[in-house]
Design a protein around this ligand. Structure first.
Ligand code: ADP
Ligand code: 5GP
Length: 259
């Protein structure tokens, strides 16, 4: 069937046939006759409609959703994302590639894929990354293939990436949801960076200066979470996800029978 025929079948023929069969089934029931054969045909037409719906719907409606979470270093986005991921079984974390050495608590393949600088650059030249950026002298990137695989399979994704990478995704991959996590104050941010104890003093200062620049990017994000109380911040990110999943246009298939 060519595309035009499919569209006609999807928009006009199948809805009419399904409605007509519904009417016939009702009449047979009123006459005390067995409608099971017509019911079977109606079910198979509904299935055909759903198949065509899946095929013809715009990509943004068919796929899983992706939420990009950015924050100045030390604001708490890793902590928040990890907790939210534990609560939402359909959500996967996009594990970035980086040339930064692992922190003592980090695991290869779980927190990041830790790779060498030449390996990263080879992957850039092969077009592997949907976006990538340099932070504090190290490279960080998101695998486009992994992202597309998850979305195609209907999984939703959380990505923890900086505002530059986030902007690149916003421009090249429509449909993302962009969340910025802020600390309650600048002093608290300094304190958290210090308490985490994962960086030396000079790197910490660099991270703090960069944090101030990154916060300026907040203007084009969709949502802001102020990470004062950790549990409320986790709740907020979860609520953003639930609200986005409840958007009417994402539920076309589920509500078809009511329409
Ligand atoms: P990011 O990923 O944004 O760089 P982290 O998640 O590593 O930040 O958090 C930085 C530090 O702040 C960690 O030691 C973490 O335990 C702590 N932290 C995160 N959220 C809170 C919060 N709401 N209250 C107090 N400490 C927090
Ligand atoms: P960290 O070294 O603290 O884990 O991360 C440093 C910064 O790199 C954070 O702002 C984090 O969001 C960002 N980052 C992590 N992964 C990626 C990625 O794949 N792409 C981009 N652009 N930034 C990333």
């Amino acid at each position: 069937m060519n595309k035009l025929k499919k569209i006609i079948r999807h928009r006009y023929e199948l809805p009419n046939e399904i409605a007509g069969l519904g009417y016939d089934i009702k009449r047979l029931r009123e006459q005390g006759k067995d409608p099971s054969e017509l019911e079977r045909i109606r079910e198979s037409k509904k299935k055909e409609l759903i198949e065509l719906d899946r095929e013809l719907r715009p990509v943004g409606e068919r796929q899983g959703i992706f939420i990009v979470v950015s924050a100045p270093s030390g604001a708490g986005k890793t902590t928040i994302c990890k907790e939210v991921l534990k609560m939402l079984p359909n959500v996967r974390f996009s594990i970035s590639y980086t040339t930064r050495p692992p922190r003592p608590v980090e695991e290869d393949g779980k927190d990041y894929h830790f790779i060498s600088d030449p390996e990263f650059r080879k992957r850039i030249s092969e077009g592997e990354f949907a976006e990538w950026a340099e932070n504090y002298g190290y490279l960080y990137g998101t695998s486009g293939k992994t992202m597309e695989d998850f979305l195609e399979k209907g999984y939703d994704i959380i990505l923890d990436i900086d505002p530059r990478g986030a902007k690149e995704l916003k421009e090249n991959h429509p449909g993302g949801i962009f969340v910025f996590v802020l600390p309650p104050s600048i002093d608290v941010l300094k304190e958290r960076l210090k308490n985490r104890g994962s960086e030396k003093d000079d790197v910490m200062k660099l991270r703090f200066k960069k944090a101030m620049d990154e916060i300026k990017e907040i203007v084009w994000y969709d949502y802001v979470i102020i990470n004062d109380d950790l549990n409320s911040a986790i709740d907020n990110l979860k609520s953003i996800y639930v609200a986005e999943k409840s958007r009417r246009e994402r539920l076309t298939e589920k509500i078809k029978d009511f329409m």
